[in-house]
Ligand binder design. Structure first.
Ligand code: SF4
Ligand code: FES
Length: 367
């Protein structure tokens, strides 16, 4: 179905829930434009339909318009997932000429002070609002993204109103997922059960109110769930990720799993990796499953949940995701919720401990 092209780990923002690895790839280790052209050719041959250009911040790559143009020539649907802070008039014009189909723009909050505290980028919120206007003026469909957590979850109503006012055809309200930096900062970011229930009620009300006008996607945190999410729609089932240096992964966090050799586009074709590599076949389908999942009627609905979460929490990637209430490790989720603390400080991506601010504090972080 889709290829997530992680063009770079470079990013002007420093969100504490970033799902990129703790060890970021340097610019010198990134694939060249020519490497990406070949990868896109192979993606098209493999039958992939969509390419999501992501990062880090994909617009930190100067060759982004050339990559989009190449994908467009191959008739791939192109989406750019961006923070928007580099989306100037010139950049928008170049992407439009390249044939971009869709832009997904992330916001950290509706409150500029809180947004800039979380994103670690002074002046970022205003730039994002301008980027949204440019996307709409270019006539492109806009999806706005809000990652929500303990410090902004109470403003979900205002986020939906802002997305609608910006002319979004879709808004994604997604609770932070706890991989990479997110896992490291989990105690500071997990909302309370009361906050989650209130946000869910708000989303349901807005869905009724805005039916036909704007799609609202809502992703809840696994930590309060009784059944896991079908992570990536099942391991190596519909999606693949390519890292900035060219490693091909079934999901963005797969490199956290020990003992798997993830092949590179530099040495093997995408089709060969997809069909024949140990990395893609290891947890594909249902054969690898523990008895608990194999005998469960949801085994081809959630595919046993998330392998990376199973490893991160239970220490075994081949066990049932602890998000499942049937799992003997399910107590770990409740334990993490109990350990979350309203006063916990988080570590910004690749950075320092960040003190709390409130929305009435004038605050600019310096890096
Ligand atoms: Fe899903 Fe396995 Fe839980 Fe069944 S036992 S709901 S397949 S995670
Ligand atoms: Fe890797 Fe879910 S993030 S399988």
């Amino acid at each position: 179905m889709a290829l997530l092209a992680e063009l770079t780990h470079r990013c002007p923002l420093k969100c504490p829930y970033c799902s990129n690895p703790l060890e970021l790839e340097r610019a010198s280790g990134e694939l060249s434009s020519e490497d990406w052209f070949r990868v896109l050719d192979e993606a098209s041959e493999l039958g992939i339909l969509q390419v999501h250009f992501s990062g880090g911040e994909p617009m930190a790559r100067r060759d982004l318009p050339k990559l989009v143009a190449h994908a467009t020539r191959l008739q791939l649907y192109t989406n750019i997932i961006t923070s928007g802070v580099l989306l100037t008039d010139e950049a928008m014009a170049a992407l439009l000429e390249a044939g971009v189909d869709h832009i997904q723009l992330s916001f950290q909050d509706v409150d500029p002070v809180m947004a800039e505290w979380i994103g670690g980028y002074a002046g970022g919120h205003a730039k994002k609002l301008l980027a949204a206007q440019r996307i709409k003026a270019a006539g492109l469909p806009l999806t706005t993204n809000f990652v929500i957590h303990r410090h902004n979850v109470d403003r979900v109503d205002a986020m939906i109103a802002m997305a609608h006012a910006l002319g979004s055809s879709r808004v994604e309200i997604a609770h932070a997922q706890y991989y990479g930096w997110g896992l490291r900062n989990r105690a500071a970011l997990l909302p309370t059960r009361e906050q989650l229930d209130s946000a869910t009620e708000t989303v349901e009300g807005a869905r009724d109110r805005l039916k036909g006008a704007m799609i609202i996607d809502y992703v809840v945190p696994d930590y309060f769930a009784a059944r896991p999410k079908a992570c990536m729609g099942g391991w190596a089932n519909r999606f693949l990720n390519i890292t900035p240096s060219g490693k091909v992964l079934p999901c963005h966090a797969a490199e956290t799993l020990p003992g798997i050799d993830f092949p590179s586009v530099k040495s093997r074709s995408l089709g060969d990796i997809w069909s024949n590599s140990d990395a893609f076949n290891r947890y594909r389908g249902t054969d690898w499953m523990p008895a608990l999942c194999k005998s469960c009627d949801r085994r081809e609905i959630d595919w046993g949940g998330c392998r990376c979460q199973a490893f991160a929490l239970a220490g075994d990637a081949a066990t049932t995701d602890p998000a499942c209430a049937k799992s003997p490790d399910h107590f770990l989720m409740a334990q993490a919720v109990e350990e979350s603390r309203p006063d916990a400080e988080f570590v910004a991506r690749g950075c320092m401990q960040v003190p709390r601010v409130s929305s009435d504090t004038i605050y600019v972080r310096e890096f």
